[in-house]
Design a protein around this ligand. Structure first.
Ligand code: MG
Length: 384
């Protein structure tokens, strides 16, 4: 394949670091043209030296100032708007969207508007702005290629298939670290316990969302928008081993699955090389060692975030924006030790109930509604 110039947005997070690992294994196929992150100057500076990226960006403007001093020959972009400008300045073959939270949306939209393919790890763009993101991609002809393991699995299962023949998407969930913990003990779990995911190495926000199952709720939206199915066609199935990354059922009852060890570098690499495949320096799957495999229905009573996601999906309008904005704030409060784990869904539900149902379908309205939901939850008090 021709060498691809990549702009990596969110380079200092878990997906960003693993993306650089994949890129370093295939210097003949990929080149890092630009790196951007939030505020982690030290990690970004190290990455800039290692990759020789010519374009650098930090959302934190004072940290970006330090970048200018340290890399006088690089083009440095500062602030949230700077990261958006960076997309058109770099003109990459592919943007990797790995910024955490709602902050990732504007740059992803800018890339798609410019007709640049986006390998997307960041969930909020498709949950809060799914229609806008997919319509923007359709207009320019750019593709959204999923990085997340379950979405990558579905993407691989339907490759070459007729989409009209899809009857169901079986979205697998590990169940998170508290799958077997009695529901009455959930209120007392600490951020450290919630951050210890049994199978996957991920960023802090996504790991907490995996523990509450909010993450699985968000993936229902991503499946709906990426693959054009209805919300009702997406069924969540708990599979603790995280070896089967998701399955697709077709109209003849045939079910196709994608399997592998839980290692994010596999779906990341596929998103970078798509539609081609490259070898990976990883151990092959050993089914006997990985099994036995179990499957179960998710416990919707113990994990209300899944139900709230379904409700927001059904209600449509601005509800999905409120869902993600409220969740982002609630997760921050939990990580800061200010609320209990079980307060997360309670706070999200209160924000959903307080929303007046106004639609939000352009970036400005979506941004405003997200900020409202974030503030609304940030100002709530815990019952503890
Ligand atoms: Mg996932």
């Amino acid at each position: 394949m021709d060498k691809r110039r990549i702009l990596l947005l969110g380079s200092t997070g878990s997906i960003g670091i693993q993306t650089l690992d994949v890129v370093s294994c295939h210097p003949e196929s990929f080149e890092i043209a630009g790196l951007a992150a939030g505020s982690d100057f030290n990690t970004l500076a190290e990455q800039a030296v290692a990759t020789g990226a010519e374009y650098l960006g930090l959302a934190d403007t004072s940290a970006a100032g330090k970048l200018r001093d340290r890399f006088p020959d690089a083009r440095v972009f500062a602030g949230a708007d700077g990261l958006v400008e960076m997309v058109s300045a770099v003109e990459p073959d592919l943007v990797v969207g790995a910024i955490s939270g709602f902050a990732g949306l504007p740059s992803v939209l800018a890339a798609l508007e410019a007709g640049i393919n986006v390998a997307l790890a960041n969930k909020e763009p498709l949950v809060a702005a799914g229609a806008l993101v997919m319509e923007t991609a359709r207009r320019s002809g750019a593709e959204v290629i999923p990085i997340d393991s379950e979405l990558s699995a579905i993407f691989q299962c339907i490759e070459g298939e007729c989409k009209a023949a899809i009857t169901r998407i079986l979205l697998t969930a590990s169940g998170g670290p508290f799958a077997t913990l009695p529901a009455e003990q959930l209120a007392e779990v600490t951020p450290e316990q919630a951050l210890a995911h049994p199978n996957w190495k991920m960023g802090r926000k996504v790991t907490i969302d995996s523990a509450t199952l909010a993450n699985k709720g968000f993936e229902i939206f991503e499946v709906r928008w990426l693959f054009g199915v209805s919300f009702e066609q997406v069924q969540v199935v708990v599979h603790h081993q995280s070896i089967i990354h998701s399955l697709v059922e077709f109209c003849d009852t045939s079910v196709i699955a994608q399997l592998g060890w839980p290692d994010m570098r596999v779906p990341i690499q596929y998103a970078l090389s798509y539609p081609q495949r490259l070898p990976a320096p990883l151990k092959p799957l050993d089914l006997a060692a990985a099994g036995p495999f179990t499957f179960a229905e998710p416990d919707a009573e113990k994990f209300p975030c899944l139900r709230l996601a379904r409700q927001a999906a059904q209600a449509g309008a601005g509800y999905p924006v409120v869902l993600t904005g409220a969740d982002e704030a609630a997760v921050q409060l939990f990580l800061a030790g200010r609320i209990r784990f079980t307060d997360i869904p309670v706070f999200v539900e209160r924000a959903l109930e307080a929303h007046d149902g106004t639609p939000a379908d352009n970036l400005q309205d979506i941004q405003r509604l997200n900020d409202w939901a974030y503030e609304y939850v940030s100002e709530m008090r815990s019952n503890r």
